[in-house]
Write a protein that binds this ligand. Structure first.
Ligand code: ARG
Length: 478
């Protein structure tokens, strides 16, 4: 019912020309067109072609080294694959729906080009271990590109932070003004997130980078394969140790998709802030015009479409994670055709992630910062109220009492529409006589910032130290 795994070729030539013939004499009628279309994957899985060729060549090289494939066949396979590679690269390759998927398309063409050697390639192999290998090889390359893009974005954020260590905006909790923070510090919070994302991707990569080939359909194969050799050729870090698991495992895809979802969640949070900051109510930043769009009806509008779309696309990537994890949940061992459904979510996740990271790395350096608007918002929200409480604690008050004193001071300031730092010393002293002239430095935004010089705090000297740490780390990761 499957292809012959032996070297005895069927008498009537190329059996893979039409898939309806590929399943041998057992079938009494051809597949209906609807079923062909429903079951075919070639129009999306053809993007695995390069991995498919690499996997096949590594397999054939090993078959040859093990004496399973003759010199001439190995030479024919290499020649045929080189031709197929140039046909695909040049756009001349004829992908056929009738041949279902990327694997059968390439194998059929190989057989057309080199005859029997092409038919011998599938010795000791099944499409089940083949496809699992292809997806892993493909994803490994994509992960490396994604890590590179995550580093690019981090570099852009670190350099923007370096220009903004002394720029002060209100930090929020509950989206209510809380305490002043350095804008550079705020940006570095995202650098931390994207650094963890890159680390997570690299960790996932180790489990992606293992070899299923040799598991064949599900149980292994009677041929004396050297799986370790194939793994070495393909620069994989190990061999899947259980044939049933090897062909049916898609944990690596789910893990990747979870890591990708988290990247998008970080992008989405950043997007939300950019959108808020750019709104008239905040007015903290402007995004370069080339990343915004106008309105067809309201002439005054400049809309942050890029961050909005990124926020929207997060739903799409998280959706793919749901698709993949649900795809696995009811599957008995070992391979099931369900697994063909892993590809489109995975491909779209990679495309969306790469485009989004690329566009953000380009957009960040073009952001204009408006320090006056940020400072004004911090003052309007009494961002230094905690500093006054801490000042009173230094003067000997218990913190709870200091908190209460400051609440009264803020109430008065609100009624006079002044910042705490704008109240006369005599007024402040009415709330507590321990308050002296040195309070004004404490109530200033920069005084508040400089006071928070704990490791990881928002004081510019700490922010600068973090910038240097990130620069060194990112320089080393290239
Ligand atoms: N196109 C299939 C997939 O993506 C390849 C494996 C098919 N194996 C099979 N036994 N039908 O999963």
């Amino acid at each position: 019912m499957t292809f012959s795994h032996t070297s005895q070729a069927p008498a009537e030539g190329n059996q893979l020309d039409k898939k309806s013939q590929a399943w041998s004499a057992l079938f009494s009628e051809p597949m209906s067109d609807l079923v062909k279309r429903y079951t075919a994957s070639v129009f999306f899985d053809k993007r695995l072609w390069e991995a498919d060729i690499s996997g096949s060549l590594a397999h054939a090289e090993m078959l040859h080294a093990q004496g399973i494939l003759r010199d001439a066949d190995w030479a024919d396979i290499q020649r045929g694959m080189a031709q197929i590679r140039s046909e695909i690269e040049g756009g001349a390759f004829q992908w056929q729906l009738d041949l279902e998927d990327v694997h059968l398309n390439i194998e059929a063409r190989l057989t057309q080009l080199v005859g029997d050697a092409g038919k011998r390639l599938h010795t000791g192999r099944s499409r089940n271990d083949q496809v699992a290998t292809d997806v892993r090889l493909w994803l490994r390359t994509e992960i490396d590109l994604i890590v590179g893009l995550l580093n690019e974005l981090q570099r852009a954020l670190v350099e923007m932070a370096a220009h903004n260590t002394e720029v002060i905006l209100p930090g929020f909790t509950h989206l209510q003004v809380a305490q002043p923070v350095s804008f550079g510090h705020h940006l570095l919070a995202y650098v931390e997130m994207f650094a963890r994302d890159a680390e997570r991707m690299q960790d996932v990569r180790r489990r992606v980078n293992r070899l299923p080939l040799g598991a064949a359909a599900l149980a292994g194969t009677p041929y004396p394969l050297d799986r370790e050799r194939v793994a070495r050729t393909l620069k994989m870090e190990g061999v899947c140790q259980n044939s049933l698991d090897a062909v049916s495992d898609r944990d690596f895809a789910i893990e990747f998709s979870a890591a990708a979802s988290l990247v998008m969640v970080h992008i989405s949070r950043f997007s939300e802030e950019l959108i808020l900051w750019m709104s008239q109510n905040f007015g903290f930043i402007q995004i370069a015009d080339r990343f915004t769009t106008g309105s067809s009806i309201m002439p005054q509008k400049k809309n942050p479409d890029v961050p909005e779309l990124a926020r929207g696309k997060t739903g799409r990537v998280v959706g793919h994670l749901m698709a993949l994890i649900t795809l696995m949940k009811g599957q008995p061992l070992a391979y099931n055709k369900d697994n063909q459904e892993d590809k489109e979510p995975l491909f779209d996740t990679v495309d969306t992630l790469k485009d989004t990271l690329r566009i953000f790395a380009e957009m960040v350096p073009g952001i204009t910062v408006k320090p006056e608007a940020m400072a004004l918002a911090a003052k309007r929200g009494y961002a230094t109220a905690t500093d006054l409480a801490d000042y009173l604690v230094r003067k000997g008050l218990p913190f709870r009492d200091a908190h209460e004193v400051v609440a009264h001071a803020v109430k008065t300031a609100i009624s006079q529409q002044l910042d705490l730092s704008e109240l006369p010393l005599a007024t402040l002293q009415q709330f507590n006589p321990a308050i002296e002239a040195d309070v004004f430095e404490v109530l200033s935004l920069s005084g508040s910032l400089n006071a928070r010089s704990v490791l990881g705090g928002t004081a510019p000297v700490q922010v600068c130290a973090q910038i240097e740490r990130h620069r060194a780390r990112l320089a080393a990761s290239n």
